[in-house]
Structure formats: C-alpha cells, structure tokens
Ligand binder design. Structure first.
Ligand code: HEC
Length: 491
C-alpha cells in the first residue's frame, strides 16, 4: 500500500517535472508566429541572403518555397530538398549525425557549420540571421508540420469565426438577416458533426455607425477573439486600417457581403457578389453585341462617392474604341436634360428607380438613344416582365445587369427583398464550409487559401456556381436580362 503510494508519488512528480520542462521549452505563440511569417516569406529578412557568393533577393530565400509549406521537403530544379521537421533534424540518418542543438542548426543555415561539419551546398542559401530572427525561426521549426502548426482560431474541437454586421442604424435589418443566415447554416453543420469533428463558432461584432467602429470591430475579432477567419461580413468597403490588420494576421475575409465599388486583388479578401466595376464592365461587353456602342456611350449615375472612378475604369477596359461620357445626375430632371444633349445611341443609367423610369420612358418615345442598360442593384428590375414578347412595337432594347443569376434564387425572394440577405449569408457560410472541408484536418492559411481558390463550379444551390481564383475575388457571376428576350449568360 505504502509502496503503491510512493510509486504514485514519484510518477506524479516526474510527470510534473516533464510538464514543467515541456512548458519551459515551449516557445511562446508570438515567437512561433514570427518564425512562421519568416519561414513562409510573409516577413522579409533583415540581412542579406546568398547562394554561394551571389547575393539573391530576400524573396528568393523563402524557406517554404523549397522545403514546403509544412517543412516536408521536395525537389528544387531536380535537386532533392530535405525535410526540415524538428524530428528529422534531431535524428541521425543513414548519412549524417543529428544536429547537436538549435544553435547548431542556426550556424548551419548561416553557412558556417553542418551536420558532420559538412556545410550545406547550393541551392540552399546562406542567411545572415539576427538573433531574434534565429530564435523565431527555431521556434517555428519545432512546430512546422505538426498539429501545433495550425492557424489562429483552429482548435481540436472547434473553429472560431467572426462577422462584422450593422446592428444599429439604417442597415440594422440587413445585419439581422445576415446573422440569421449564418447562424442557421452553422447550426445545421454543427448538428451534422461539424467539419473534421470541429464545431463552428461565430462571434458577432457590431459595425457601429462610424468608419472607426468598423476598424475596432475587426481588431477585436482578430486580436482579442483570435478568430481564424471572417465570414459573410457586411463590409462593402473595407477601411485601410482593417486591411492592414487582416494582412498582418493573414486573416481571410471569406465571401464578404455588400457590393464594393471596385474589384479587389487582395489575397485575404473575397466577396460573394461582383463589384460595381465588374458589373459595369460586363454590361458594356454585353451591350457591344446588341447595341451601337462604338458611336459613343453615355453613362448617367447617382452621386455616390467613388462611383465615377469605378465606371471610368470599367468602361476604359471594356469599351476601348467608344467615346465614353460619364455624368452625374441628381434627379429625374437632370437625367432628362442629359438625354436631350446626348449624341450617344447607348445609355447606361446607374441611378434610383425613379430616375431610371424617366430615362426609360424618354428613350422609348424617341429614336435616339436606342439602348438602355441598368444594374438591378441601383434600380431593381423594370416594371413590366422582361420576357414579355408580346410587345412588338418596341424598337429600343434594354438590358439589366444582375449581381448573380436569378434562375436559382428561391422565388419568394425578389432581387430587392431583404430575405435576399439571409439567402446570401447562407451562401457565404456554405462557401466557407466547403473551403474548410477541402483544406483538410490540418488548417494553415496557405492550405485554406488554396482550397478557397480551387472552388470552381461549386454549387451550394443548384444552378448557382461559386468560383474563386487568385485573380477573381468574387464568387458569383454577373448575369444579364434583355428586354424582349430573357437572356442570361454567366461570365
Ligand atoms: C532555394 C531553395 C532553398 C531555400 C530557399 C532554403 N533551402 Fe534549406 N535546403 C535546400 C537544399 C537543396 C538543402 C540540401 C543541401 C545539402 O544537403 O547540402 C537544404 C538544406 C537545409 C537544411 C539541412 C537539413 C538537414 O537535414 O541537414 C536546413 C536545416 C535548411 N535547409 C533550412 C532552411 C531554412 C530554415 C530556410 C529558410 C530560412 C531554407 N532552408 C531555405 C534548399 C533551400
């Protein structure tokens, strides 16, 4: 009995000792994060990088490019690159003895040492690491490729996500509807066992009423709640300060909602819906086939900050030969005045329903202009059914750009209805879940990025494909409707 107690006591003691030693040798999360950033080339080296005697750019010395995102090794121009997991480095192999210490590894990377005193050969570069870079790199080499090498917010039994939504002011109902869509989809996924056994958790932050509130909301999610990603946030325009935060932490913003003015090419940022710029671009492409665009294109638009620039960029790319006039119209009277003076045969109107209504009536009465193009996001759908073929007197054509195909949208939701936002939030959540499943059990940002960018012809709802590539940062494709003919085409 006493013996058993003694054994128990000793075991408990040694267990404690092991745990303490483990805790002491465990580098802190910040150092590991810094090492991860260095290893993956997210932070540049302070000192020079050489291959042999030749100095190479810092960007050519990214460990992950040769040794792999998970330190698994590979081959570089036919030369075998060894695995650099801690386990591998601390073991002797058929040819070489183990490294004696972390310091020994750093000296090897610095080009002055090696296993068995044999220095490493090109293409392995030599690095002039600072002390803190060395510490960070060693800390990361201890976890690279292990279960501990997971992105922020990824836990054995759950993943934390965040969302920034307007929960007060004019956009409150949008926020509530989006929240409902995300919450219900998360609940359904969790009931079915989560993803790789991980429950999906959602932290909601209020977008507030001033731009700075958004900045603080994003900071809280990323730095305090330490979320893995943001999903379905209502952020048509992301403040520059928030962009910096998500870049620093590599936080993906997945299937963000709202329609941005311009396309983004930021790798952290994806939108569900195409930007105004892209919608206008596709509208012009679509017009070229049916309307006289080469003899001038007149764009009338509501006074929205930044809209004129977005239109300019879109039309420069899409209507190369046409002369484009971009003009702001404050009200229906302004629009009529603009029409009286235009010589263009084709008009694009990005204005509220009422103004567009006046333009439509005027164009139908006269013989010039003969083509009208609008975006549903500004003016909704025209009053009469678009596929009404009975009206043979129509000599003008009208095209409406939709931010997604209307075929698959459940019939009870109109393109303008608020129910649409719950539907879109559901698509955001499903897109996120799909990318996370494709990433696999081990979740790092590179893997998640690859998975998200490999979504092609992914149809969360039949007939509504979602697609992302490193160039295309919006998931849903622009669609069109022509008056007189129902004509939808995805781009
Ligand atoms: C251009 C490709 C390239 C880059 C970039 C590169 N390495 Fe290497 N690395 C190699 C090759 C090839 C070898 C094998 C050289 C040899 O065996 O002589 C090697 C060997 C090593 C070894 C020795 C492994 C062993 O088993 O002894 C370590 C450690 C190492 N690299 C770490 C790093 C780290 C850390 C970085 C970034 C700071 C890095 N490497 C960047 C190609 C590269």
């Amino acid at each position: 009995m006493r013996m058993a107690q003694a054994v128990l006591g000793v075991t408990a003691l040694s267990l404690l000792a092991t745990l303490t030693a483990y805790a002491e040798s465990m580098p802190d999360a910040q150092t590991v994060d810094r090492g991860r950033a260095l290893y993956h080339g997210l932070t540049a080296w302070e000192g020079p990088v050489h291959v042999g005697d030749t100095r190479i750019p810092s960007s050519a010395g990214v460990c992950a490019h040769c040794h792999g995102a998970r330190g698994q090794g590979g081959s570089e121009t036919g030369i075998k690159v060894p695995e650099v997991s801690w386990h591998q480095l601390m073991q002797s192999n058929a040819h070489r003895p183990a490294y004696r210490s972390g310091q020994h590894i750093l000296q090897t990377i610095g080009g002055t040492e090696g296993r068995d005193d044999k220095k490493l050969a090109p293409p392995m570069p030599t690095f002039a690491l600072t002390e803190s870079e060395g510490n960070a790199l060693l800390a990361y080499l201890q976890v690279v490729g292990t279960e501990a090498d997971q992105a922020q917010g990824i836990f054995p039994d759950h993943v934390t996500f965040g969302v920034v939504l307007p929960l007060q002011g004019a956009w409150r109902t949008h926020g509530e509807r989006i929240h409902a869509g995300l919450r219900d989809r998360f609940a359904a996924i969790n009931r079915a066992g989560g993803i790789y056994g991980r429950r999906l958790d959602l932290v909601v932050e209020d977008a507030g009423t001033r731009p700075h509130d958004v900045v603080q909301a994003v900071d809280r999610l990323v730095q305090q709640h330490r979320v893995f990603a943001l999903v379905g946030s209502f952020l048509p325009e992301l403040p520059a300060a928030s962009l910096q935060t998500i870049k620093r932490y590599h936080t993906p913003l997945v299937a963000t909602l709202g329609i941005p003015l311009r396309e983004t090419n930021d790798r952290n940022l994806t939108y569900l819906l195409p930007s105004i710029e892209r919608q206008v671009q596709q509208l012009v492409r679509e017009l070229r086939g049916r309307c006289d665009v080469d003899n001038g294109l007149h764009v009338l638009h509501a006074p929205v900050p930044g809209l004129a620039e977005a239109i300019q960029v879109a039309t420069v790319n899409a209507a190369s030969r046409a002369e484009v006039t971009v003009q702001v119209v404050l009200n229906p009277a302004d629009a009529l005045d603009a029409l009286r003076h235009t010589t263009s045969r084709t008009v694009i109107a990005l204005a509220p329903k009422e103004t567009v209504g006046v333009i439509r009536t005027q164009i139908q009465k006269k013989t010039s202009p003969t083509c009208l193009a609008t975006l549903a996001m500004f003016s909704g759908l025209p009053p009469s059914a678009l596929n009404d073929r009975s009206d043979t007197t129509v000599t003008t054509s009208e095209i409406v750009g939709l931010p997604m195909s209307s075929v698959a949208v459940p019939s009870e939701l109109t393109i303008e209805g608020e129910g649409l936002w719950t539907f879109l939030a559901d698509l955001s959540a499903r897109t996120l879940a799909e990318a996370l499943s494709r990433t696999g059990r081990l979740v790092d940002y590179e893997g998640f990025d690859r998975a998200l960018n490999s979504l092609q012809k992914f149809e969360p709802v039949n007939g509504l494909p979602i697609e992302f590539t490193p160039q295309q940062r919006h998931g849903l494709a622009v669609a069109h409707m022509w008056k007189g003919v129902l004509h939808e085409q995805a781009h």
